[in-house]
Design a protein around this ligand. Structure first.
Ligand code: SF4
Ligand code: SF4
Length: 454
């Protein structure tokens, strides 16, 4: 992949001031409140549910496990399991069955997980990371332990605190306030990966965050802090590795000797691994021009988005667009009755604007801005013609859905949406091809075996 062949980045108006200095709102544990857990993983695979209606659960008790990758899911409240309900999953984009727990308001704690420290072995730390149940809290939601499963040739742990999407300040807030856990997380992950150093990357002009972290770095000689330019998508891991480490890679950051994690993920790991308490709360930025009092809200995982919006004074200004995550990569939802999941760091609420799509001007702005070096307008044409081979040739699978092509298009063409649709078509074709190849191979092996047995 050719990175930043052209512009590939853009300064965006961040609107961070809307929530950055507002008082943090904490939604306290209330008897009778409900939390919701999707019973399907992001890959649409059913979870292995370990509790049933009527069961009493405690905070930090394992209630489900993913079946695609091993990821344990822990209850964020103590209370009673109710009957399943169909609720909107913002991630899957439709109503799916959710496990429901009614909070008893007592915050009774389950037995803690096994803790580790810097004297623990690499294997013990890995086992604790796996059992912590963390997924990337920057939005990707990828199970964190997988990056530490078989680390080879890792030299640097890169901590991504860039938070380059407009409006979002959750990493800024938590990384400024819980520096000790952030640095403990760095030390433990360095040991787990074999990295000799850690670099924490944040954006320029985040003075409070920079000063809070720098104030504690003396005690951690192998951890340093870098400030990166305020351009989008600097938080994309390829872009950040290229900027900070000056290396590119083909498939995985490990090829550049790097393991990379979001700042809040590292901080949360530092906390879970040393306290034995799985993540129950999530800090979510509720911001935008259509919410009354933008702020960061601390809530129990599984709380409905509508409760966070209400805590911020509700909607203002008529018709609104609600986006879980940031406006560049998030997908607008039709309802606010969806639960907060671990990787959901923001709810962006904007006044609805109607954009009329105009014909393409062939201006080249989308191509000039694509950080992955793609030609979105050509991919769009191939998608219109249902020309899957051409979409593959144009490397559509390298698209990271950053949203810059749509943002920079003067004709308001929804290119990113088309990129997503094109990727679905190509993925389907590639899966079909792989299945066909596997069937052919199996048939050939069967034939060879039969010949051998003759
Ligand atoms: S959404 Fe995809 S095609 Fe569009 S600019 Fe980003 S990476 Fe390029
Ligand atoms: S930015 Fe929009 S108008 Fe310009 S070439 Fe791309 S699709 Fe066409």
């Amino acid at each position: 992949m050719i990175l930043f062949r052209s512009l590939g980045r853009r300064h965006l108006d961040g609107h961070k001031e809307l929530s950055k200095h507002s008082d943090i709102i904490t939604l306290s544990s209330k008897a009778g409140a409900k939390v919701y857990y999707p019973t399907f993983s992001p890959n649409n695979k059913p979870m292995n549910v370990l509790v049933k209606p009527g069961d009493k659960v405690k905070v930090g008790q394992k209630i489900m496990e993913r079946t695609d990758f091993y990821v344990p899911i822990y209850s964020s409240v103590s209370g009673t399991v109710l009957a399943d309900e169909n609720v909107l999953s913002a991630q899957i984009g439709r109503q799916i069955k959710h496990l429901v727990i009614e909070n008893d308001g007592l915050d009774e704690l389950a037995e803690p997980l096994k803790t580790v420290n810097l004297d623990s072995s690499k294997e013990e730390i890995f086992a604790a990371i796996k059992e912590a149940g963390l997924v990337g809290m920057g939005g990707a939601g990828f199970p964190t332990y997988i990056k530490y499963q078989n680390p080879k040739g890792i030299d640097t742990l890169l901590v991504n605190g860039v938070e380059c999407e407009p409006f979002i300040t959750t990493d800024f807030i938590t990384m400024s306030k819980e520096v000790e856990f952030l640095l403990t997380g760095c030390e433990l992950l360095m040991k787990a990966s074999g990295a000799s150093k850690a670099i924490i990357a944040i954006k320029v002009h985040k003075d409070e965050q920079r000063d809070a972290i720098k104030a504690q770095l003396d005690a951690h000689p192998h951890i340093s802090l870098v400030e990166v330019p305020d351009v989008y998508p600097m938080g994309w891991e390829r872009a950040l590795i290229k900027h900070v480490i000056k290396k590119e890679y083909n498939r995985l950051p490990a090829e550049a000797g790097v393991v990379i994690n979001n700042g809040q993920t590292v901080l949360s790991l530092g906390k879970v691994l040393t306290t034995g308490r799985p993540v129950a709360d999530r800090t979510v930025t509720v911001s935008g021009d259509a919410v009354k009092n933008p702020a960061n809200v601390v809530c129990k995982i599984g709380t409905l988005a509508s409760e966070l919006i209400e805590a911020c004074g509700g909607y203002v200004g008529g018709q609104t667009t609600l986006i879980p995550g940031g406006p560049m990569t998030g997908k607008a939802q039709t309802s606010d009755k969806f639960p907060i999941i671990m990787q959901m760091g923001a709810l962006t609420i904007l006044k609805y604007k109607e954009y009329k799509e105009e014909p393409c001007l062939r201006c080249g702005s989308c191509t000039a801005h694509c950080p992955a070096g793609l030609q979105p307008v050509e991919i769009r044409n191939a998608h219109k013609l249902k020309d899957t081979e051409r979409m593959i040739k144009l490397n559509v699978m390298d698209c990271v859905s950053c949203g810059l092509c749509s943002y920079s298009c003067p004709s308001h063409i929804e290119l990113t949406k088309t990129m997503d649709m094109a990727k679905t078509v190509v993925r389907f074709k590639l899966t079909q091809q792989a299945a066909l190849e596997a069937a052919k191979k199996a048939a050939a092996e069967e034939k060879a075996k039969a010949a051998e047995n003759k």
